[in-house]
Design a protein around this ligand. Structure first.
Ligand code: GLY
Length: 377
């Protein structure tokens, strides 16, 4: 597969090529149990600062600590509360104080063990402590493994919205152990899987076809299917981030497929457990395809194929499946607050077919609103 350079001892390594900020994403079942040998070169001292949350600590921390102790490295965990609420000013301050309290040095990497919340918060803290410490991602959710741990977007949420304060700050290493998904609820795995499907829809019709054939198996925990999907997704993300690290040319924006519609659904449901981020993205991708059909860009069969696959794995494929009853104007108002809006226009990712996504910066919100009114019926 393009972008994957080696497969040594059942370890898949995907490089993220960013000049002097290049790093490897290592992927292998059981990697957390053998993490110390990969972490040691980045620690500089015989201790490892690990940022995690209470749930991940219960499920995974002892595996990582055992590996470190076997290598003579002392683990110093900082355990935060689980949930999106932790991506806040208050917890950022708490984390920064804890890191400084442990005397963190610039040259020792801080380890983020957890999902997107822990990864985003730790990455942002690492970017500001002592004007920048190294950090390592060990993502433990499917969403974090295939999306948020790779590419260096770090952030917290504020009263004004999600991810509005943050930095592009790349990790120095990402370690992915797919077995960490075994302890996750199926609903979380499904939500992460939406981001896997996304890579097929962006520019890889063959991978979408692979998802149609193997998605269910992957979600059930089939080790081979899971490894293949994660490595393929990470390679796709690495390629896109390598081409447009700071989302300036439009290439990285392709990763936002389904996110503008999805963001409106998430906002309408209060960014709560009613609709997980990945579920919003799934419904958003189905809406983006149907909206593309309305605009005469894409044929109806492709849009139905997308929706059918999402439905088949238990993901929402539209407003009602996402539990949203709002009208078009209400949803369009949520979109207008999108942080990617520029000059009064919200950029949309539309599609000419499966694997043919493109960025359209000239979409009329009145038209989107009318489309969503039709969807709500
Ligand atoms: N999750 C979208 C990005 O990393 O750009």
């Amino acid at each position: 597969m393009a972008g994957i350079i080696s497969d040594i001892d059942a370890m898949t390594i995907v490089p993220v090529e960013l000049g002097d900020r290049r790093y490897d994403v290592m992927i292998a079942d059981g990697l957390i149990d053998h993490a110390a040998r990969h972490l040691a070169p980045w620690l500089k001292r015989d201790r490892a600062i690990i940022v995690t949350d209470r749930n991940v600590a219960d499920a995974q921390l002892s595996r990582l600590v055992a590996s470190l102790e076997d290598a003579g490295i002392t683990a110093q965990p900082i355990i935060l509360p689980p949930g999106e609420g932790t991506k806040s000013w208050a917890h950022l301050a708490e984390l920064v104080d804890a890191l400084l309290g442990l005397g963190v040095e610039r040259s020792e990497a801080i380890i983020a063990l957890g999902g997107g919340v822990i990864g985003d918060l730790t990455g942002f803290a690492a970017s500001i402590v002592k004007r920048g410490c190294d950090f390592i991602q060990i993502p433990t959710t499917l969403l974090a493994q295939v999306d948020s741990s790779v590419g260096g977007k770090t952030a917290i949420n504020t009263g004004a919205g999600k991810n509005l304060v943050g930095a592009f700050y790349q990790p120095v290493l990402v370690l992915i152990d797919p077995t960490s998904l075994d302890s996750l609820p199926m609903r979380d795995r499904r939500a992460g899987y939406a981001e896997v499907v996304k890579y097929g829809l962006i520019d890889d019709a063959d991978f979408f076809q692979w998802c149609e054939a193997n998605g269910e198996k992957l979600l059930e925990g089939d080790a081979q299917a899971r490894l293949y999907a994660i490595a393929h997704s990470v390679a796709a993300k690495a390629r896109i981030v390598g081409a447009d690290e700071r989302e300036t040319t439009g290439t990285r924006a392709l990763l936002n497929l389904g996110h503008t519609f999805g963001h409106a659904l998430e906002a309408e449901t209060g960014f709560s457990d009613t609709l997980l981020h990945g579920e919003g993205v799934a419904a958003g991708m189905a809406l983006a395809y149907r909206y593309s059909v309305r605009k005469g860009l894409c044929n109806g069969q492709d849009a139905e194929r997308v929706a059918a696959h999402l439905r088949s794995v238990g993901l929402p494929d539209g407003l009602s499946a996402a539990g949203v009853q709002a009208d078009g104007a209400t949803l369009a108002a949520h979109m207008a607050h999108d942080k990617k809006a520029s000059g009064g226009h919200v950029p949309f990712l539309l599609a000419r077919g499966i694997g043919q996504t493109f960025l359209d910066k000239q979409v009329e919100m009145a038209d989107v609103s009318a489309f969503l009114d039709g969807e709500a019926r």
